[in-house]
Design a protein around this ligand. Structure first.
Ligand SMILES: Nc1nc2c(ncn2[C@@H]2O[C@H](COP(=O)(O)OP(=O)(O)OP(=O)(O)O)[C@@H](O)[C@H]2O)c(=O)[nH]1
Ligand SMILES: [Mg+2]
Ligand SMILES: [Zn+2]
Ligand SMILES: [Zn+2]
Length: 528
């Protein structure tokens, strides 16, 4: 009878205690999350940036660490939350055990005291133990079940997320490689595959160095300031403010989402660099506009350049001398047509920069150029200048000063000394002021339609060894003669556009054959 009563009590109290323990176990995650019991560690953007959350760096994060943004909940915050629930369960359990133990009354050693201890122990075992065991078991089972559910669901979501990240990253890299998108800083000349981006919240100082799908977001990312921005350069690059990863200065809008054709020019003072680039840019603009595309200057400096070029070319005024600046700024232009979106960045340094190797040392952008143009003023050649000086044309145009090969050497000697590989680079030799040469010597001397003829002309005018030097230095060399001053037909062999055409082909900027102004289809091809 007594045993039956005890057994019933045990069963009943254990079941009730089990249920109570289970309820506590269910309430624990809520209590923990709201910080009442064992609050979890939070994967804050600061913890992320300090490298305490995510291991291993990805993308350009390699250089700068992880960006200051909120990571995905899984797995890192999820694991921390689960650990907090376990810690909470442990502390509730320990507390229950110590409360239960305090109920066993032990007055001390000897005689009646020992007897009292034993008596309360018996009572304790009969009354308290089943409650304690039931409660602990309930807690254990419910926390265990919760972990199991979370582990299965969280694990599945985590795996799906990793796959999604992998797919999104592959798409991004493939498209980027296909479109050959880069960004080129017009001011510090740094070339990078991913520019850095500012948060859209203007009060936020966070710079997002590596906008790519990953643990900081698969489609969108939440900045430390809780503003959400796109998680890819392809999406974000369209409207976020891009800054140079190297110098942090603002880049032209859309940098990093386009292929960039970079075209720097070498040439002595008054060799005709600016006149050539002005004519080339205007013809580019005319062509693209004529075919329904857009050609726009995308920086204050390139806007000023195109304005001056337009004024000079349309009125026949001569271009102004370029002021000498140690670190000239690149001139970025955007070319759009249909879905095609590309950038052309020209670099027009003043001739003074090419006086010697020391001066041209700052022009490190030559290191990363696939195509380089060198401007040669034929009127400065010893075999031509007496003819010009003695003619009626003498003084009509400024003539380059100094040996025309010196400006070339000022750049290329440094590149060679620094072991820059020139074998993959292309050099365009542009003989300027061909109109004047033709007036002095007749139309047939400098046949612009034929690069070989221009090369022979230079060789026979004292530049024989120069020709062999440059051909030994560069992977390929193209020869051109241009008249950048007179407005000529688009298909005139002396038109500066011919040089651009060659340069674009050499750099793989135009995939289809060169567009002639008559054919729309071909221009589309040229921009693709
Ligand atoms: N007739 C004629 N004049 C030209 C041609 N190219 C340049 N010029 C003139 O030559 C002079 C010098 O040309 P620029 O383009 O200013 O020379 P630059 O190389 O830019 O010189 P810096 O800016 O000092 O480095 C200008 O007066 C031009 O108008 C050309 O093809 N034909
Ligand atoms: Mg100039
Ligand atoms: Zn920069
Ligand atoms: Zn922000």
């Amino acid at each position: 009878m007594l045993f039956a009563t005890i057994a019933t009590w045990w069963a009943a109290s254990a079941i009730i205690a089990f249920a109570a323990g289970a309820v506590v176990g269910v309430a624990l995650p809520v209590l923990s999350y709201s910080g009442r019991i064992a609050a979890p560690a939070v994967t804050t953007p600061d913890a992320v940036a300090e490298g305490r959350v995510l291991r291993g760096f990805a993308g350009s994060g390699n250089r700068f660490g992880w960006d200051r943004a909120w990571p995905l909940y899984l797995p890192h915050q999820g694991l921390r939350d689960a650990a907090a629930v376990r810690a909470g369960a442990l502390s509730v359990g320990t507390r229950a055990v110590s409360v239960a133990r305090s109920l066993w009354w032990r007055p001390g050693e000897g005689g009646a005291r020992t007897a009292a201890s034993i008596a309360t122990l018996v009572l304790w075992v009969v009354l308290v133990l089943p409650v304690l065991v039931g409660a602990l078991a309930g807690l254990l089972v419910s926390v265990g079940a919760w972990h199991l559910v979370i582990a299965v669901a969280g694990g599945t979501i985590s795996v799906v997320q990793s796959v999604a990240i992998g797919i999104r990253r592959t798409i991004e890299t493939t498209l980027r490689t296909q479109r050959r998108t880069t960004s080129r800083c017009p001011r510090c000349y740094a070339v990078s595959s991913t520019p850095s981006y500012l948060c859209t919240n203007t009060g936020c100082l966070v710079i997002h160095r590596d906008l790519s799908p990953g643990p900081l977001g698969i489609f969108r990312r939440r900045c430390a300031c809780r503003t959400t921005i796109p998680a890819t350069v392809r999406k974000g690059g369209q409207h976020l403010v891009a800054v140079c990863p190297a110098c942090r200065r603002e880049l032209p809008k859309g940098s990093g989402t386009r292929q960039v054709m970079f075209l720097p020019v070498i040439g002595a003072v008054a060799s005709g660099k600016t006149q050539f680039l002005s004519a080339a840019v205007m013809s580019m603009s005319d062509r693209v506009n004529a075919h329904g595309g857009g050609f726009t200057a995308i920086s204050p400096v390139s806007r000023a350049f195109i304005k001056a070029a337009e004024a000079a070319i349309t009125t026949g005024r001569r271009v102004a001398k370029t002021p000498w600046d140690d670190r000239p700024e690149g001139l970025p232009f955007r070319l759009t047509q249909g879905t095609v979106d590309k950038e052309l960045q020209l670099m027009d340094a003043a001739g003074e920069a090419f006086a010697d190797e020391d001066r041209s040392r700052a022009l490190v952008y030559f290191d990363t150029a696939d195509v380089i143009l060198v401007m040669l003023d034929p009127l400065a050649l010893p075999k031509v200048s007496p003819l010009y000086d003695a003619s009626d044309l003498a003084g009509s145009v400024s003539v380059a000063d100094g040996d025309p090969t010196r400006s070339y050497a000022s750049v290329v000697e440094r590149l060679k000394a620094e072991q820059v590989d020139l074998s993959g680079k292309h050099l365009g030799v542009v003989v300027t002021k061909a109109d004047i040469v033709h007036e002095l010597m007749g139309e047939d001397v400098l046949d612009a339609g034929d690069g070989g003829a221009v090369r022979r002309w230079l060789s026979s005018r004292g530049l024989d060894s120069f020709v062999s030097t440059i051909e030994g230095d560069f992977g390929s060399v193209g020869y051109f003669a241009v008249d950048s001053y007179t407005q000529r037909d688009q298909d005139d062999p002396l038109h500066p556009f011919n040089v651009l055409d060659w340069a674009f082909h050499a750099a793989g900027f135009w995939i289809e054959a060169m567009a002639r102004p008559e054919s729309d289809n071909e221009l589309e091809g040229m921009l693709k």
